[in-house]
Design a protein around this ligand. Structure first.
Ligand code: G3I
Length: 372
């Protein structure tokens, strides 16, 4: 019986939360401030006692136009990640002309709702502006390096003091553990990774700087390669603070050995985070598939809670209507914790229950700035 109590309380709590408009007048919080007056059964409130931040990727078009989306974003989560609006193609669509407007609005929303921001992402092979992808092949390494340096420094400087964790380098490896053949590797060599961390640190010494990737939840060639990279960066004194495990799961594959994998990175004196969690399946969803999705959410959150240096757990969007999955994996979806009508699914209650039952998990100490 005890297991059902938080679930019922969760339903009631959610109703209350949805009826409450987001306060537009709440005092802004510093990036490292905690605390809120959210309903006791919200994900963010349930995670607060152990110092864990629960986050979501945010679709800023929805945030601007949909009050239900806005209320859930504010009430359930204590960190936000821009799903797209801090990517290079959005912030510098024309060379030398920045457009920070959408990202600035999200940062202001986060501050008004006492949320921290994960900055995503500074150096990636995808979603680059077309002026850059067109010109890069003809550029000299020095010219391209100067452009990358300027981008990292300008973006981190613009948001200085407002970003908790930056995904400095995203998805630099192939699944076999070799470095991805991106324009960065081709022109600049593997040293671009350490350079990016040094530039970001120069621009905002207090931001936590992360390497972020997918398919590193499983121990194997890719996760081993990332492990070797970050170990070597630490040994060289490169300012890296953490590793983000994206955690895009699919019910057709076994669950990863995530806890032991998170722990071995944490043992390098790095913070770790699950940064883009979702669990997709084939449509229409069967009861068996949904129970596998529930297990995926439960196990990934429990793995984070069990590792003291796992400081945040972020879902890659919270509602099926705005998930990236159906657009990329034909015939798959239902990957998030709310349905298209913004009703919480069993996956939502699984997160709530894992938090409720895990109150004895170690308290995280990595919320503030600082390395080591
Ligand atoms: O903004 C344009 C719009 O102007 C245009 O009309 C429309 C037509 O297709 O496209 C819009 O851009 C789309 C963009 O999302 C913003 O909605 C792109 O086509 C679409 O490809 C892009 O997808 C994003 C994807 O990254 C790009 O690689 C997804 O929303 C986003 O969820 C996804 O996020 C990534 C993380 O950054 C890194 N890890 C994997 C994760 C999932 O792929």
């Amino acid at each position: 019986m005890a297991l059902h109590r938080p679930l019922l309380a969760g339903v009631l709590g959610l109703c209350a939360v949805l009826a409450t408009p987001v306060s537009a007048t709440a005092a802004p919080a510093s990036p490292h401030a905690g605390g809120s007056s959210h309903h006791a059964d919200s994900l963010r409130s349930l995670a607060a006692p152990i110092g864990l931040r629960i986050g979501t990727a945010v679709n800023t078009d929805q945030l601007a136009s949909n009050a239900t989306y806005r209320n859930i974003t504010a009430s359930q989560f204590s960190t936000v990640t821009p799903e797209n609006v801090m990517k290079w193609e959005v912030v510098e669509p024309t060379r030398g002309t920045y457009d920070w407007a959408a990202a600035d609005r999200l940062v202001a929303f986060a501050q008004a709702n006492h949320q921290l921001v994960r900055g995503h992402t500074l150096v990636w092979h995808s979603q680059l502006p077309s002026w850059l992808t067109a010109a890069a092949p003809q550029m000299s390494p020095d010219e391209l390096r100067a452009i990358l340096r300027q981008h990292v420094i300008d973006q981190v400087t613009h948001f200085k003091g407002q970003i908790w964790q930056w995904d400095v380098v995203n998805e630099a490896f192939n699944d076999d553990g070799t470095l991805r053949d991106s324009i960065w590797l081709q022109k600049l060599g593997p040293g671009y990774i350490a350079d990016a961390f040094r530039w970001a640190h120069q621009a905002d010494p207090k931001a936590k700087l992360f390497y972020n990737d997918y398919n590193i939840e499983y121990t194997g060639p890719k996760s081993n390669a990332v492990y070797a990279l970050v170990k070597s960066l630490k040994a060289q004194g490169v300012p890296i603070d953490g590793v983000g495990f994206q955690t895009h799961l699919d019910t057709q594959y076994p669950l990863p050995d995530l806890q032991s994998n998170l722990q071995r990175f944490a043992d390098l004196r790095l913070d770790v985070a699950e940064t883009e969690v979702d669990v997709r399946t084939t449509l229409p969803v069967t009861a068996t598939e949904q129970s596998a999705q529930v297990a995926g959410y439960t196990q990934t959150l429990q793995a984070c809670m069990a590792v003291k240096r796992c400081i945040s757990y972020t879902v890659w969007g919270f509602d099926d209507g705005n998930s990236w999955v159906p657009g990329v994996f034909a015939g798959e979806g239902a990957a998030t914790v709310y349905d298209e009508k913004f009703q919480p699914k069993a996956q939502y209650y699984a997160l709530q229950q894992a938090l409720e039952l895990g109150k004895g998990a170690p308290h995280r100490t990595g919320i503030g700035a600082g390395r080591g």
